[in-house]
Design a protein around this ligand. Structure first.
Ligand SMILES: Nc1ncnc2c1ncn2[C@@H]1O[C@H](COP(=O)(O)OP(=O)(O)OP(=O)(O)O)[C@@H](O)[C@H]1O
Length: 352
């Protein structure tokens, strides 16, 4: 029988020389670090909460890369760790272990001053509860100018001009002098987006921004995020249960049990014959840096996979079988490369 660890690890050829090992070590050393060119780089992030002596591992080694200018969605069941991750990215919470960097800021080692600057200049956030986003006694334009005032560096005229241009871009110029209670839920969320964009952050984080809205209003709010992304180049991460929002972005990352588990990538394909455009979506499982893969629960349940699976390295894929059945025989004339065949034969000999 082939054990999963034996199959997954590549046995070192006995003839490997010291020079070869040194060459491999040097190649590893010179490789750029994980996520070196990403705007958001979460590397094996762990967050453990301890309440009354009971530990909850909200994030269990989560990896996530977001590139500059991206508009992406995060989805996952309740309790999977989405809000925990958003609070960390917003600089409101600190991971227990791992590494998390946003626009070059190290979220684990920042001191209180840097953290304040980070929250003011680097990230903007929009929360689900409209009341959390806006001050009720200020008008829309006063809410938008306030973060600029707190930051300093722009005079009154410049602040007003920036606020007016955000109101116009998000199609809410008519809301300028109204207080939050005089605005609809969708208008409040669009003003909240303008507030979050006031200091021109690199990243806009939104936790269920359409959660309290009907679908038509939710669409308008999502359109405002898209406009901010396209016109200002702001990178945007939206946590959502709203399938319509998840379907609108090019990349949707799913979190399961505190880890990124799968990703859906969408692209536009143009039919060469008719010139007609269509959206193609493809789901991928995530392979973490330790080689761990989360198989979807419905796949493993369908084949009764539990605890242990058989793996087989093929020329262009890896086969996964339930423990009880074993890997299927290779078809006649299978084009297994010589090196792989030798590895397999050695393995089989060892197991006899
Ligand atoms: N401050 C805290 N103290 C203790 N446990 C917490 C705390 N915050 C979150 N948790 C726990 O961590 C896990 C992840 O919670 P989190 O709120 O991140 O999930 P979520 O995916 O955002 O869920 P939802 O979609 O319901 O908001 C849950 O088991 C939750 O109970």
């Amino acid at each position: 029988m082939t054990s999963s660890t034996e199959t997954a690890g590549t046995p070192r050829a006995p003839e490997t020389t010291l020079a070869e090992l040194e060459r491999r070590a040097a190649a590893r050393r010179d490789r750029p670090s994980y996520g070196h060119d990403a705007l958001i780089a979460c590397d094996r992030v762990v967050r453990i909460f301890t309440t009354d002596g009971v530990e909850v591992q909200a994030l269990q080694g989560l990896d996530l890369l977001v590139t500059k200018g991206e508009l992406m969605a995060l989805v996952g069941a309740s309790g999977s760790g989405k809000s925990t991750l958003m609070n960390i990215l917003a600089g409101l919470d600190v991971p227990t272990a791992g590494s998390a960097k946003v626009a070059g800021c190290d979220l684990l080692s920042m001191g209180p001053k840097e953290r304040l600057r980070y929250r003011r200049d680097v990230v903007g956030f929009v929360w689900q509860q409209t009341a959390r986003n806006l001050l009720p006694y200020l008008t829309a334009i006063q809410n938008i100018t306030l973060p600029m005032q707190l930051r300093g560096g722009r005079n009154k005229r410049e602040r007003a001009a920036r606020a007016e241009s955000l109101l116009a871009m998000l199609d809410i110029a008519d809301c300028r002098d109204r207080r939050p209670q005089q605005l609809s839920g969708g208008q409040q969320q669009r003003v909240a987006i303008a507030v979050a964009l006031a200091n021109n952050p690199s990243v806009l984080l939104a936790d269920e921004p359409t959660g309290e809205l009907d679908s038509a209003t939710g669409e308008q709010v999502f359109a405002a995020f898209r406009r901010a992304n396209e016109e200002l180049g702001t990178s945007i991460v939206i946590v959502t249960h709203d399938q319509a929002v998840a379907n609108e972005v090019r990349r949707t990352v799913a979190i399961r049990d505190g880890r990124t588990s799968s990703e859906v990538l969408r692209r536009t394909e143009v039919d060469a014959a008719t010139g007609q455009e269509s959206q193609v979506a493809r789901e991928y499982a995530m392979l973490d840096r330790a080689g761990r893969l989360q198989l979807p629960a419905d796949y493993t349940q369908a084949l009764g996979m539990e605890h242990r699976v058989l793996l087989e390295l093929e020329q262009d894929h890896i086969g996964v079988w339930p423990d009880a059945h074993g890997a299927p025989e290779k078809p006649e004339g299978s084009s297994e490369p010589q090196e792989e065949r030798e590895m397999r034969e050695k393995r089989e000999k060892r197991e006899k």
